[in-house]
Design a protein around this ligand. Structure first.
Ligand code: HMG
Ligand code: MG
Length: 286
């Protein structure tokens, strides 16, 4: 399965709806429905589908069924199913059901780090180190997230230097890709471009992804700004579902189908049938 950015300029989507989307649902959704959603997503041609999260079920009861969901999905050939892991306990739970790719996460804002994971940024890094060491020993791939890259619900502005520092740390620890998260969806295209350019001074652009929540309707524009700056990996959530329970008021990620439609029109779609289907339903030649 392809992880490196495509040489032809096409863009890889990391579908995060089943994790980032469903972690924020008010009602508990049955595991069977989550499994059906993930299986339908893999049938669209999406190749990277974040399946669930092995965080504390007390903190995120919506995903308490992570083991059942991960075990129940049909593992389609050529599709990776990363899962979110906050600590060694979560890693052990994920490995017990056969996860072969994980995502770790840290924040650029101290205040958000405390609220989201009950730890400072440096404490969270200390938790991540043994997880990545074990993952390396087990041959498990590790993706890294940096949250609050364009603003924090508790602290307000976040210094770009803090984003760069955390992204560079995660990369140095061994994450193959760093996803830059505008957790609360407050960034604008110029801010996104400036932040990406600064991080790309410390982490290769080819190892960066962008993760825009769409609270202010800027996510698609932010993605385009970052694409124009050379990013080749976009996180998106089917139907724009989601948010973060520890970032009140934040809405879901940019909708996957909107990104795919844009990429199809730009001639930069990679593998999914959705953008083509949407374009043809518009009366355009598919
Ligand atoms: P804590 O309460 O400080 O943990 O939570 P603790 O280590 O003190 O342990 C307390 C209890 O939790 C213990 O159980 C542990 O065993 C248990 P007890 O002895 O009391 O019975 N525990 C666990 N149980 C199951 N799985 C685990 C686990 N770890 C501990 N992995 C912790 C610390 C990090 C666990 C907690 O704060 C947590 O799970 N936070 C997750 C919050 C979260 O999931 N937020 C959303 C995801 S991040 C996000 O959405 C942003 C992103 O999309 C990017 C962006 O948009 O920017 C990625
Ligand atoms: Mg998110």
């Amino acid at each position: 399965m392809s992880k490196a950015p495509a040489a032809d300029g096409t863009v890889r989507i990391v579908e995060v709806g089943a994790r980032d989307g469903l972690q924020n649902e008010k009602q508990i959704i049955p595991a069977s429905a989550k499994i059906a959603l993930i299986d339908r997503l893999s049938a669209t041609g999406l190749r990277n589908i974040e399946a669930t999260s092995f965080v504390s079920p007390r903190w995120i009861p919506q995903l308490a069924d992570a083991a059942e969901v991960f075990s129940g999905i049909h593992k389609a050939a050529g599709v990776s199913y990363p899962v979110l892991v906050p600590n060694e306990h979560g890693y052990a739970r994920a490995r017990a059901v056969g996860a072969t790719e994980i995502a770790v996460f840290a924040a650029a804002s101290e205040a958000f780090s405390q609220r989201n994971i009950n730890a400072s940024i440096s404490e969270s890094m200390a938790r991540i180190v043994p997880v990545i060491e074990q993952a390396k020993a087990d041959g498990v791939r590790v993706r890294g997230y940096v949250s609050t890259v364009l603003g924090c619900p508790y602290q307000g502005a976040v210094a770009v230097t803090d984003v760069v520092r955390v992204a560079a740390q995660l990369y140095a620890l061994g994450c193959y890709e760093i996803s830059l998260g505008d957790t609360i969806g407050v960034g604008t295209p110029n801010q996104a471009r400036t932040m990406l350019a600064a991080v790309a001074e410390a982490v290769p652009l080819a190892a960066l992804a962008v993760h825009f929540h769409d609270t202010r309707g800027q996510a698609l524009a932010n993605n385009l700004a970052c694409l124009e700056h050379g990013v080749r990996v976009i996180d998106a959530s089917v139907a724009g579902t989601g948010g973060c329970p520890y970032a009140k008021g934040a809405s879901g990620n940019v909708a996957t189908e909107d990104v795919l439609y844009m990429l199809h029109v730009l001639g930069r779609e990679n593998g999914s049938k959705v953008g083509r289907a949407l374009a043809s339903s518009n009366g355009e030649a598919a």
